[in-house]
Design a protein around this ligand. Structure first.
Ligand SMILES: Nc1ncnc2c1ncn2[C@@H]1O[C@H](COP(=O)(O)OP(=O)(O)OP(=O)(O)O)[C@@H](O)[C@H]1O
Ligand SMILES: [Mg+2]
Length: 251
């Protein structure tokens, strides 16, 4: 399943990828992109530019119409249904529309991600509380997610995405509903994951997430790559890779 052409430090490799939704919506056109293990990449671009589609191709929620998508050694187009779980174990996805189970509690929603992989009950509870504490949601531990605000639901979806410490985190507009202080908490969580070697792709309209960083910023326009600035990327520069908003009041 490994691609001989993909160097071992590349964890995501797209070669001339296109995605056409029927009948003829060209969501992604001829994109080539490599992401190194441990890198943070920001995906920007106007509404409809193809950011979510690109993340869905990487997580194999969509198959490419053309081209090759290789993620953690899996060739997405050829990955049989029975092996998709092997890829998904390596990926945590925070969806733009959250995809929470509305009538289950916050804790249940986060635990579900961890139960897929074997974890003890006490480990799951400890990890859940730790994440909720980081995201200022401890008080909502036992609340059904349908009773939460949009911003609270968004943070639960982020907690669920990172709970298993996946190799790759895909975050689709992770701060779209958050104020500056809460955004700071999410950024700090990503910063911590980055220090641990996690590869992170963040689709965002929020310039504050990347404008003072050296991380790579990729702009999509009508499904095409508009710009990529790898020369400014400093993968091992933990202090500047993404802003540390620990100084944000209350963060
Ligand atoms: N399931 C689908 N079926 C048909 N067309 C789709 C589907 N999903 C997305 N599209 C179309 O593909 C294009 C890219 O959509 P996508 O959701 O990837 O954009 P985006 O950059 O994430 O936008 P936003 O910033 O609004 O979230 C749009 O024209 C959209 O209407
Ligand atoms: Mg989107």
């Amino acid at each position: 399943m490994s691609q001989e052409t993909t160097p071992p430090d590349v964890i995501i490799d797209l070669i001339k990828v296109s995605k056409v939704y029927p009948p003829d919506v060209h969501a992604i056109s001829d994109i080539s992109l490599t992401v190194d293990r441990g890198e943070i990449v920001f995906l920007t671009g106007m509404s409809g530019a193809g950011k979510t589609t690109l993340l869905r191709l990487i997580s194999r929620m969509e198959k490419p119409t053309k081209g090759m998508v290789d993620v953690a050694g899996f060739d997405i187009a050829k990955l049989p249904q029975r092996n998709i779980h092997l890829l998904r174990r390596k990926i945590g996805m925070a969806y733009q529309d959250f995809k929470l189970l509305p009538n289950r509690t916050v804790a249940d929603n986060i635990a579900i991600a961890m139960e897929v992989v074997y974890h003890t009950k006490s480990f799951i509870e400890k990890r859940t509380r730790e994440l909720l504490d980081q995201l200022d949601l401890v008080k909502k531990y036992g609340t059904r997610t349908e009773e939460l605000s949009r911003g609270e639901q968004q943070r639960v979806s982020i907690a669920r995405a990172v709970a298993n410490s996946p190799e790759i985190v895909l975050a689709d507009e992770p701060t779209g509903n958050l104020d500056a202080e809460t955004t700071g908490r999410v950024v700090n969580l990503f910063h911590q994951l980055h220090r641990q070697g996690t590869t992170i792709l963040i689709a965002t309209h929020d310039k504050s997430l990347y404008q003072h960083t050296n991380s790579r910023v990729i702009e999509l326009r009508h499904g095409r790559l508009r710009s990529s600035l790898p020369e400014t990327f400093a993968p091992n520069n933990e202090e500047t890779a993404i802003p540390d908003l620990a100084s944000t009041p209350g963060a």
